[in-house]
Design a protein around this ligand. Structure first.
Ligand code: NDP
Length: 449
């Protein structure tokens, strides 16, 4: 009897919040999806009866573990590691590892939940997972990073494998960390398999994986612009962050004739009205990947402005590419962006816009690409890395790039198919529904598991 009542967002969310107290990031990620899929669920009673949304918001398992390691002075340090294996209905769990002091169960659950839909959108067979540790890599020596990664993997290796769960990088986990992690995994498991992606080219990594998230984000924007017969060329672009995603977003935008005028890090942002060039970007890559310095150094080197403690959303632009971290755009930022003329926002980061900002973007009917669609290029190329490892093959950069382009175009088409209403495309609705339907149908087919 009860099942005939339509499911409401309020009822669903109040249950979810009760079951997951003190996890605001997770609540936020679920609410954004639930809002768009509940009307669909109410039209398909079999989904309601099978409690698909309730099951989909409860991870298969959450693994929490101690990471003990020694710093360079010989002091014993203790951190908390975690892996959330969220849903493997359409493939092995897949998602990155984040090393940052703000990592909590809530943050890893929000990221793992988003990953389910993102991975489904890529068209590749990957489930959703995420992991990390409340470890701060800033200021640590290479040897300390190595010892931490080895201690982390000493525990994590029991739970992962090429057909079980395949981690990758995220904030604070780049090429260096992946190499230490994979080296330890290989040793502990005594096998060389594609159980981690983002590896170096010499030991099973894929071409274009480093570039994939940033390039993919720009390809997604290209698709949105092309649908209204427009292009990146000549557009002023504001990019936040200065890590992996921001660097390769900037690289592709410059290549396509866009003018990137900002970058940021956790200390503030730089504004360069002349726009970045490939040479200036090389300086940033060396600064961030090699010297691990601060973005303020850019301002000194190129006589740009450095604005301490602020984010770049007050700088007028046509297109914005938030590519740093979650909740970096609030309602005031969203309003300012639109008032200053921005008509496209592409989320390179995961959940960079809070729920109020998303509402403002959707209501204003600008082009708004949610992270689970726009930044799916990274995990898509990770999926291609898994395929290459399984076949013991290595594809050329052109081959991988052209597959990345077609995957981003396909994700765009799925968003249009499920998000079109008249001449407006709601990419948030489109991405959520397309990802949800695929996973929900698989769960239904399995019965109650
Ligand atoms: P990096 O660690 O390479 O870079 C992160 C950047 O964001 C740095 O500039 C960092 O500044 C800044 N940042 C991190 N945390 C904060 C914070 N709390 N406040 C302000 N700035 C912050 O990470 P990625 O570029 O890989 O990741 C960026 C985003 O993209 C994340 O949301 C990630 O989940 C998402 N993403 C990444 C993918 C990938 O393939 N790498 C795939 C899909 C999504 P600082 O150096 O000062 O810490």
């Amino acid at each position: 009897m009860e099942l005939t009542h339509p499911l409401t967002l309020d009822d669903f969310m109040s249950g979810l919040v009760k079951r997951n107290e003190g996890q605001p990031e997770f609540h936020q990620a679920v609410k954004e999806v639930a809002e768009t899929v509940i009307p669909y669920i109410n039209k398909r009673p079999e989904l309601r009866e099978a409690q698909i949304l309730e099951r989909l918001t409860e991870p298969d398992r959450v693994i929490s573990f101690r990471v003990s390691w020694q710093d360079d002075e010989g002091h014993v340090r203790v951190n908390r590691g975690c892996r959330v294996q969220f849903n493997n209905s359409i493939g092995p769990y897949k998602g990155g590892l984040r090393f940052h002091p703000t990592v909590s169960e809530s943050v890893i659950k929000f990221l793992g939940f988003e990953q389910i839909f993102k991975n489904a959108l890529t068209t590749l067979p990957m489930g959703g997972g995420k992991g990390g540790a409340n470890f701060n890599p800033k200021g640590k020596s290479d040897r300390e990073i190595m010892r931490f990664c080895q201690a982390f993997m000493t525990e994590l290796h029991r739970y992962i494998g090429p057909n079980t769960d395949v981690p990758a990088g995220d904030i604070g986990v780049g090429a260096r960390e992946i190499s230490y992690l994979f080296g330890m995994y290989k040793r502990l498991s005594n096998e060389f398999t594609g159980a981690i992606t983002g590896k170096g080219i010499e030991f099973g990594g894929s071409r274009i994986r480093t570039e994939a998230t940033g390039y993919g984000s720009v390809y997604f924007m290209q698709n949105m612009l092309a649908a209204r017969r427009d292009a990146v060329e000549g557009k002023t672009c504001v990019v936040s962050g200065s890590g992996n995603v921001a660097q390769y977003t900037t690289e592709k935008l410059i290549e396509l004739g866009g003018k990137v005028v900002t970058l940021s890090d956790s200390s503030g942002f730089i504004h360069d009205p002349e726009g970045l060039t490939h040479e200036k970007l090389s300086f940033v890559k060396e600064l961030k990947n090699g010297k691990r310095g601060r973005i303020s150094d850019y301002a000194e080197e190129f006589r740009a402005t450095f604005v301490e403690g602020e984010r770049p959303w007050t700088v007028p632009c046509d297109l914005a590419f938030p590519s740093a971290t979650q909740n970096e755009i609030g309602s005031r930022d969203a309003t300012t962006l639109i008032e200053n003329g921005a008509f496209g926002v592409c989320e390179g980061a995961n959940m960079p816009s809070d729920l109020d900002a998303i509402e403002i973007f959707r209501n204003s009917r600008i082009l708004f690409a949610p992270g689970k669609a726009a930044n799916a290029g990274g995990v898509a190329v990770s999926g291609l890395e898994q395929s290459q490892n399984a076949m013991r093959l290595s594809w050329s950069p052109d081959e991988v790039d052209s597959r990345l382009k077609s995957i981003m175009a396909e994700i765009h088409d799925q968003c249009v198919e499920h998000g079109r209403s008249g001449d407006y495309v709601d990419y948030v609705k489109g991405a959520n529904l397309a990802g949800f339907i695929k996973v929900a149908n698989a769960m239904l087919a399995y019965g109650v598991t």
